[in-house]
Design a protein. Sequence first.
Length: 693
Amino acid sequence: MANFWKPGSERPVTRPSVAFRGDEEIPLGLFEDSSGNFEKRRHRHPIYKHRHDLLYLVKTHAVTVVIGETGCGKSTQLPQYLNEAGWAEGGRLIACTQPRRIAVQTVALRVAEEMGVTVGAEVGYSIRFEEVTTPGKTKIKFLTDGVLIREMMADPLLSKYSVVMVDEAHERSVTTDILLGLLKKIQKRRPELRVIIASATMDAANVAAFFDTSAEKPKVSAAKELLPDRKPGMISVEGRSHSVRVHFSLEPVSSYLLASVSTTLSIHKLQEPPGDILIFLTGQDDVDAAVQLITTEAEKLNQKSPGLLVWPLYAGLSRGDQELIFRPAPQGRRKVIVSTNIAETSVTIPGITYVIDSGFSKQRFYNPLTDVDALVVAPISRASAEQRAGRAGRMRPGKCFRLYTEDTYCNDMKAETVPEIQRSNLVSTVLQLKALGIDNIMRFDWLAPPSSEAMIRALELLFAIGVLDTDAKLTPLGHQVAEFPVEPMMAKMLLSSSSNSCSSEAVTIAAMLSVQSIWVSSKGRQRELDDARDSFAVVEGDHVTYLNVYESFLRAKQSPQWCHQHLINYQAMKTVVDVRKQLSRLLQQLGFTLKSCEGDTKGILKAITAGFFANAAELEPSGESYKLVRGGQQMHIHPSSVLFRTTPKWVVFHSVMVTERMYMREVAVTDPDWLFEVAPHYFERRKRRQTHA
DNA sequence: CCTCCAGTA
């Protein structure tokens, strides 16, 4: 164990090495103390130094790329400087986007506090279900990038805004990529609009190249000296993070799970200086197993030492369990957090000094040939590895132990993670762009173009469900479908439900399926959970079972105790109530009245079929598996489905999951007659193709 | 016959 780490391979995490204006070194020692002023100084100082450069770049360039590590103040200080410099005068707003709701709220609160105003006045924010702004008064508006894209449907040129700052652009979420493409398009019509792209890594150079339109002829004529420079300005700002020494494994490890356990114990046994440990593994199973192993091994090894305090962290945990990790460890004890990728960006834990990085995460890959999403354990990129390492240096200098060799790091790992848009099903994305008036999807200026196969699959499906016509233009139904913040097939189900007089039930089902899971985390109590689910189960399948759960929840007066009793996640149910309200309102705005079928489940199944007919599967003669109508793949009903043991002849499903087999999750009973009825064209065509084959 | 990285309108 003592020689586990290759001593020669220790090296500090690299920082961006591009030269920028006014760049100066800040001695790390300046941030070592933790006196009362610590917070204020470390947030204000780094970006303040660049204030004049930043404002100059924004004034003279259409696009400014700001590279800065976490905590440099780019998200909180820069909007204030823009405001002070007059960018919000004349009734125009400064928009600042974040990829996550929690980040929007946090940053808005901080900025409002620093400016000494209440949130919702000069500084406001807008996220789903929460609009906290005052029209006419709000000058700086924080919002998720998804909300800004929604706003563009009503105001395609974002004419309210003088500046749009897109934060965390390096994460390259689908919405960030779409937003950046759209902003580039808007700037052709509105050269005065300023775009600021804030990113933590050097991939920002690619983004800058994407926005460099200096070689193109401007679309809008204006005196040359009035137009901003169309070559993006770039600036780098220091963060407040400390140096992290990185240690690579000397040999490849055979099991990252066991290696992470032994590394944790070594840190503990070798009496490394105090500081908590964060371990990155891939999934809930790994995390729970590691927590178990570390706890028992630590007890065995050292009865008299105060020992380790081990907590799991993953999205499926209840809010209460997630909060445990933020509690400081008692004096003399070391906290160990075993986490999935959630701790890489979404959750920041104070006090971490050691990071153990397995080098893997679960990543989603969409295969356009089979039209199936798979979740696979895959090596992370070097950018992810640096991000994970950086988590050790937020409070003081730290160490990162990588469970892979330096050779693997340098030669086998990709520099950047493949952008999500190139790993995704594009059905929703294509519809969104169509709704924004972008007719030629293939020629859209993508930051990273998805494969043409993936785009064709999306167009095919949108055509099949009647959202696009033969010219790939939005149909009237398509315009309605685009109004809903749910997947197109789900929106189609909602819109079909009124003709079956079950729109009230349909919005409930859509809301229930839009949350991650309504069940509490069930590790070690699988039987209990199965029983809880079975008590709501009906022969029609999972959708109607969910309906049953929701109606029971209402009958129980939305009681948290009732949820606890039935192993239902109360927070998830609160979200369901909100989503349901929003979807109902949208349906009513389109002129539909919310009607209930009063227990006639046939109407509900027909509405589900009308939305999801492209996900129809037929039981094979063996009676053991299903055959997907579209594509012909062999499928199985997932064991979590209430239909797992009943095997109806025909089913439609909401999603597929691939492990060793292809599993259909959220399955509903259907009927071949209904399939022909809701999509005669689609099934006629399939039938002909099968006879010819 | 047994599964769920992370977000979001």
